[in-house]
Ligand binder design. Structure first.
Ligand SMILES: [Zn+2]
Length: 96
């Protein structure tokens, strides 16, 4: 039997190494771009971030989402941290 490919298109980021964020990543298409999305566990979240969906702080130890564009997202500054609910509702909430 030949190995089956996983349905997820991205298995991991070799620059970050496995487990850098403590969760699997997915690629989703949004706003005409492909975004790498990872779910961050509360224990892995040690800083406060500003959510672009609601412009509120994501407190440390809050499980949330980090997303970055596949094409451009090579640096930490390209990462966006979102509340899980805001990411799920990004079509409605995100203001450009
Ligand atoms: Zn939010």
């Amino acid at each position: 039997m030949s190995p089956r490919y996983n349905r997820r298109r991205v298995q991991g980021d070799p620059e970050l190494g496995p487990g850098a964020f403590g969760g699997p990543e997915q690629v989703v298409e949004w706003a005409g771009e492909d975004w790498v999305v990872r779910r961050i566990s509360g224990s892995a979240s040690t800083k406060a971030y500003r959510c672009p969906g609601c412009d509120q702080e994501i407190r440390p130890a809050t499980p949330h989402i980090v997303a970055w564009p596949v094409e451009a997202g090579r640096g930490l500054e390209d990462r966006r941290h979102w509340h899980s609910a805001c990411w799920d509702a990004r079509e409605r909430r995100y203001r450009r």
